[in-house]
Design a protein around this ligand. Sequence first.
Ligand code: GDP
Ligand code: MG
Length: 163
Amino acid sequence: MGSIVAIVGRPNVGKSTFFNRLIQRREAIVDSVSGVTRDRHYGKTDWNGREFSVIDTGGYVIGSDDVFEKDIDKQVELAIDEADVIIFVVDVTSGITPADEDVAKLLRKANKPTLIAVNKVDSNKNMLDATEFYSLGLGDYFTISAINGSGSGELLDAVVEAL
Ligand code: GDP
Ligand code: MG
């Protein structure tokens, strides 16, 4: 399958939005039932001439909070097993939540390159709010906006470097 990059994080942080943006250039997105968007879970993309597979973890229903902590843990553990690099997505508008801390704990224990993507930094206004994510203990973070695409170039440079 080649190199695998997994996108993990609690619901609603923007994992699927970011995933769709990554694979958009290669594959069309099909929305089947309105209100219940079926996410594709695997896709291929490339950056700086390097091709890799991307896994979007975390269920089928966009916008649903109805995911149990243990299910998130399971997704993260699978990602740790399968992926070469993990992108841990968090949400600047909510700050760190207990579910984020839970995911961070699993990732700190794992010996796997992990990059934090602080998402929903749609403008410079909430750039400073991102600093709190240092305290997750996973090092430096990347600020991105999955909706408008800003920041994703720097993040992908680091992803490809870590592969
Ligand atoms: P997932 O559950 O982690 O896959 O999150 P989704 O990709 O389904 O996104 C959850 C919600 O956050 C949706 O309403 C998205 O439109 C919104 N969202 C995702 N990325 C961004 C972003 O960069 N900025 C803002 N403002 N909203 C975002
Ligand atoms: Mg999703």
